[in-house]
Design a protein around this ligand. Structure first.
Ligand SMILES: Cc1ncc(COP(=O)(O)O)c(C=O)c1O
Length: 365
């Protein structure tokens, strides 16, 4: 009954975790990929007044001009990059779907750095593309040899995410240069998912757009302003690609929510550095609590950390953690390997402390 493409999507890893977790009372939850603070008051107030003022109808498919202009100015200011065109999307997820549909033909190979954000593999498969995995295990940094290893004449593009979900690793300047020059040499397009650009802890944010403009930059509001349920993001890049994506949006999402687009106009004026400071402390807390007991790379961005399992396969270890009232996600949800697990530390410091205690006992440490 179902289209063959549905066989490309396998959500069994996550489902198993939630099945196991169903009966838990008040677990320590390290599984959630969204901030633990609420939407800033100024944004809420603007959304409410936008609804009252009647911003409840369809907007232009590409998004309201004022917001596109703000996004363009923001990108120029923060990245010194001037995209030809901007499209307002229903979250970065919306941008990823439209871009995948617009760019990938059946049989095209798409490079994903492994571990990868779970959606990339499934979206690539959904449109008939073939994901090829660039191994970053060890320190989760990009090595030129790893890119060369998976290159073929069918390689079309690279889906790149920094800071990374699930490792929390933020690409350094030399990695960005490596990727940009590799892409240039082999005429590959880059989709840069920069949704965690505000969550960097050990230096300024560096975008791949400093080294190439043959790219589509995806950015969002979900994480920075805790607006995950509001569904807003943007895509910025070549005018012809944005045109194709707009055409697809017209016949799918239609537009991003009107009142949310209005609310986002105030977002760029807000200072969110206090969240960054809080999350830096959380990063320190979790890393210091696990290092020495777990084999773990110190993350420098997003709100994830990706330790190696101390025994067994990832799913066995996660099942045992759940029995101890701790929710974590097996690494194989984000990877071709089953040797690690993902922690989201976007939770209270008290919960982080509790989780560390459970994890230390699970490792026998
Ligand atoms: C790397 C990455 N990209 C995109 C998304 C989706 O974000 P949005 O809520 O903007 O669709 C997420 C959410 O977890 C993510 O981690």
């Amino acid at each position: 009954m179902f289209a063959k493409r549905m066989a490309q999507i396998n959500s069994s890893g996550i489902r198993k975790v939630f099945d196991l977790a169903q009966d838990l009372q008040n677990p320590v939850n390290f599984s959630i990929g969204q901030p633990d603070f609420d939407v800033p008051q100024e944004i809420k107030a603007r959304a409410i007044s936008a609804i009252e003022q009647g911003f409840n109808k369809y907007t232009l498919t590409q998004g309201i001009p004022e917001l596109r202009e703000r996004v363009r100015a923001h990108i120029k200011e923060t990245r010194n990059f001037q995209p030809e065109a901007v499209l307002i999307t229903s979250g970065v997820s919306g941008g990823l779907l439209l871009a995948s549909m617009a760019l990938i033909d059946p049989g095209d190979e798409v490079l994903l750095l492994d571990p990868y954000f779970v959606m990339y593999k499934h979206l690539t498969g959904l449109v008939g593309g073939i994901p090829k995995f660039v191994n970053t295990y060890g320190d989760f940094r990009l090595r030129p040899e790893a890119l060369e290893e998976v290159l073929s004449e069918k390689t079309k593009m690279v889906l790149f995410n920094s800071p990374n979900n699930p490792t929390g690793i933020t690409a350094r300047e030399e990695e960005l240069k490596t990727l940009a020059s590799f892409a240039k040499r082999h005429n590959l397009f880059i989709i840069a998912d920069e949704i965690y650009d505000h969550f960097v802890y050990d230096g300024p944010y560096r975008s791949i757009s400093a080294y190439t403009d043959n790219l589509l930059l995806l950015g969002g509001f979900s994480k920075t302003y805790a607006m995950t349920g509001w569904r807003l993001g943007y895509a910025a890049g070549p005018a012809d690609l944005i045109g194709e994506m707009t055409k697809l949006q017209q016949f799918s999402f239609v537009c991003a929510p009107a009142m949310v687009q209005q609310a986002a106009l105030v977002a760029f004026d807000l200072d969110v550095s206090r969240f960054q400071e809080e999350y830096r402390k959380k990063r320190n807390l979790i890393y210091e609590g696990l290092k020495g007991v777990y084999d773990v790379v110190r993350p420098d961005g997003a709100f994830y950390i990706f330790p190696e399992v101390p025994w067994g396969k990832d799913e066995e270890f996660v099942a045992e953690a759940i029995r101890k009232n701790l929710l974590i996600i097996p690494g194989s949800v984000f990877s071709e390997r089953n040797t690690h697990f993902r922690i989201s530390y976007a939770t209270s410091n008290e919960n982080i402390e509790k989780g560390i205690e459970i994890l230390r006992s699970l490792a026998g440490g």
